[in-house]
Design a protein. Structure first.
Length: 256
């Protein structure tokens, strides 16, 4: 069986309430032997770590404040991260910028993002980035933080080949490719042809962004092979190569 790593999922999400263990096991049965759990904020963190503890080695936690959770109390949320630092985290994430639902806390988001990039550098960890409708601010901040020697991945990547090239000039960066790749009208299917496989990691963002042919259903790590197969088709390479290279990419980035 081919081995895969889901580099961004939320198996602890309330959408999986009562069947979390079944979802994790189904992923493992599909060859997804490691499933990285993206952190959101303090309201969901205990539930995430409780699930991680039930599946040691398979589930690996990240730690961070999601941009959509940033408000006036963002500093208190980030101060609370330190207490969880010693729990086997593999990245600071998911962190970043998201102006899709408004810019009420735009300045707070930028400050929180910068502080967490500094935190990742101090902890010697990669970052897992959430970016939506804030591209220029993202690049401004990452450019300012180049001295930190950052490395990480842009999760749920749906940008252009030019955006990818711009990102590469700023350090050791990968892109997370998920279910959007399989959407009929997604430009990503053409974009990935111009992104080296050596810079791609696979993800689901479960329970969201479910790949075809399961759109409209709840996403899960077991669907990673579907994404891998579509990627192999677009790149004109074998499924075995996609599995091997993306898995090694994830192991290298997250020190798994």
């Amino acid at each position: 069986m081919l081995e895969y790593i889901d580099t961004h999922t939320h198996a602890y999400d309330e959408a999986f309430a009562g069947c979390e263990d079944e979802i994790v096991a189904r992923g493992v049965a599909a060859g997804v032997t490691v499933q990285l759990q993206a952190d959101v904020d303090s309201r969901e963190r205990e539930r995430m770590f409780a699930l991680v503890e039930r599946h040691p080695g398979v589930l690996r936690p990240m730690l961070g404040l999601y941009p959509g959770s940033v408000d006036k109390d963002w500093r208190r949320e980030i101060d609370a991260l330190e207490a969880w630092r010693g729990r086997g985290i593999v990245a600071v994430g998911e962190i970043g910028l998201d102006y899709h639902y408004g810019a009420d806390f735009k300045e707070e988001q930028k400050e929180a993002f910068r502080v967490q990039l500094e935190l990742a550098a101090a902890w010697g960890l990669p970052v897992n980035i959430h970016l939506r409708e804030a591209t220029e601010d993202f690049f401004d901040i990452v450019e300012d933080c180049r001295h930190l020697g950052l490395r990480g991945n842009l999760h749920a990547f749906s940008g252009s080949a030019e955006t990818f090239a711009r990102l590469q000039r700023l350090g050791d960066w990968y892109v997370g490719i998920g279910g959007v790749l399989t959407f009929k009208k997604a430009s990503l299917a053409e974009t990935v042809k111009r992104i080296p496989l050596e810079r791609i990691v696979l993800e689901t963002d479960a329970p969201y962004l479910t790949p075809a042919p399961h759109r409209g259903e709840r996403n899960e790590s077991a669907y990673i092979p579907l994404i891998a197969a579509f990627l192999a088709q677009q790149k004109g390479v074998s499924l075995e190569e996609v599995a091997a290279v993306t898995t090694q990419n994830a192991k290298s980035l997250f020190a798994i």
